[in-house]
Design a protein around this ligand. Structure first.
Ligand code: ZN
Length: 506
């Protein structure tokens, strides 16, 4: 390299930002595909997205990128706690992973994922696992090859290599260590709740409410939480998500049914939590690692906090119940704070993950984690998945799965090749509870303030402690910095037991 050291870093930022720009365009096209694109656009859209993905991958894995990273590494203290050092460390990691994957495999995986998702959707409709099986087999084979390209630690396993894409630093053994005690405490809490004589009221969810009024209501709530509608949008899609381009253009979606307002509100508050995180990332870092989120688990900790710790608290409903009346009028006149609070906190084991309550949700995740781990080591063959799935639902939730549509065909993830993803949902719940405990310790009267609509102290705290850092710290470092402790299952379980027992009269 003939460049000076500062030049190397500036050039690295310029090249890295191009990859970031390409990714931001992928984000916009992806949002458009789920919200406004006519079905006829699907085929060409796949081509557009594939090109953007390839261009971003080429920039990231290029020799030029590698040389600029090396030059930057030799010019700064790479272990320093600075934005520059954090960016270079993250780019080094991303570059090294990108070059390990041959582009032929990347292309084959993209093509397989596209076809497999289509077959999965058809198979799910008809509850026809045999139809999906060849695609699952192919996906498992390709993801195992992908894991082999990445490699894993001597005492690790293939799953670790894949999880690294979603939750850097996360290993199957580490997850199992956290999930073990969580499972035991959850199981006994569920036994208690299911044996309780009190069934919380579900009346609010039974009321039929016009969907345009529901949209106005959830927008009102999201705005009050602090979501900035001059830098973001809320639209509708079949499966709610949060995407978009960057901190000043955040696109989130929600869904409505005629009843089930708690689902529409919970989905919106969840996605608003993701959106608030994105809006809290400083513009100056956009396109660099410090301008993106830490991990999916940390992202999920933000969505869950607004959805659950805020949105299912009694204080929140003290504020929200009169608002409900303001939006829907006499239809909701019979709903008081207690009825709304109970409705938001009902617990009942069910087959479907995305409809699960706060307590049973994590059981759905543990089941998927154990199964995908075994698929990767070869202890479970794809053909045996339905049997293994159903056995775990019997064991974990005491349910007899009636068909594969409500069983192993319900989630899109494995058809996309996203193996190693599921645990980030439960890790998000764990981080969330631990962060929220720290927030409560540091902000006097935090929860009581929700009753008066004071949500900004929490948002300010999250901005200061989490959002503004982007990827500067790893998830484990961030957890230690914010809470002073490594991740533990205790805060989540204390929270769930403390809230759900009284709701069920215990
Ligand atoms: Zn989420």
């Amino acid at each position: 390299m003939t460049t000076t050291t500062q030049d190397a870093y500036s050039q690295l930022v310029a090249l890295g930002r191009e990859a970031g720009l390409l990714k931001s365009m992928e984000g916009l096209l992806g949002w458009d595909q789920e919200t406004t694109m006519p079905p006829g656009g699907a085929e060409y859209r796949a081509t557009q997205l594939a090109l953007l993905a390839r261009l971003a991958h080429e920039r990231l894995s290029s020799d030029e990128m590698g040389e600029l990273i090396s030059a930057a590494e030799s010019s700064i203290d790479i272990e320093a706690d600075t934005v520059e050092a954090a960016n270079v460390r993250a780019w080094r990691r991303d570059h090294d992973r990108a070059v390990k994957l041959p582009s032929s495999l990347v292309e084959e995986q993209a093509a397989t994922a596209s076809a497999a998702q289509h077959e999965w959707a058809e198979a799910r409709k008809d509850s026809d696992f045999r139809r999906f099986l060849p695609w699952l087999e192919k996906t498992v084979e390709l993801t195992r090859r992908q894991a082999e390209c990445y490699g894993w630690a001597e005492d690790g396993e293939p799953w670790d290599a894949l999880a690294e894409d979603y939750e850097p630093g996360c290993t199957a053994a580490g997850v199992a260590e956290v999930f073990g005690p969580l499972r035991d405490r959850l199981k006994s809490l569920l036994d208690e709740l299911m044996g309780a004589s009190v069934r919380p009221s579900g009346r609010l969810d039974e009321l039929e409410l016009p969907q345009d009024q529901q949209m106005a209501f959830v927008r009102d709530v999201a705005g009050n939480l602090g979501f900035d509608f001059t830098r973001g949008r809320l639209d509708r899609s079949t499966h709610p998500f949060c995407g978009g381009s960057h901190c000043d253009d955040v696109r989130m979606t929600t869904r409505f049914h005629s009843g089930m307002i708690i689902d529409a509100l919970g989905s919106t508050m969840h996605e608003a939590g993701h959106g608030l995180y994105e809006q809290g990332i400083p513009f100056e870092h956009i396109g660099t690692p410090c301008g993106s989120s830490v991990s999916l688990g940390i992202h999920e900790s933000q969505s869950r906090m607004w959805e659950n710790q805020v949105g299912r608290s009694r204080s929140f409903w003290e504020w929200c119940t009169p608002r409900l009346a303001g939006h829907f009028g006499d239809v909701v006149s019979e709903i008081d704070v207690e009825a709304a609070y109970q409705c938001a906190n009902r617990v009942a084991p069910g087959f479907i993950r995305v409809e699960a309550d706060e307590a049973t949700y994590n059981m759905h995740i543990m089941i998927r984690f154990e199964l995908e781990r075994d698929l990767m080591t070869g202890n479970l063959q794809p053909a045996d998945l339905p049997g293994a799935w159903n056995e775990k639902y019997r064991d974990y939730l005491g349910l007899e799965v009636p068909d594969d549509r409500r069983g192993c065909l319900q989630d899109i993830h494995w058809s996309m090749g996203a193996i190693g993803y599921f645990p980030t949902y439960t890790l998000g719940n764990l981080y969330c509870a631990q962060f929220f405990d720290a927030a409560c310790e540091q902000i006097p009267g935090l929860v009581d303030g929700f009753a008066e609509g004071r949500f900004s102290p929490l948002l300010d705290w999250l901005r200061e402690n989490i959002h503004r850092h982007g990827r500067r710290y790893t998830a484990a470092q961030l957890c230690e910095r914010v809470t002073g402790r490594p991740l533990s299952a205790d805060p989540l379980m204390n929270y769930l037991e403390g809230k759900l027992r009284p709701v069920h009269g215990l």
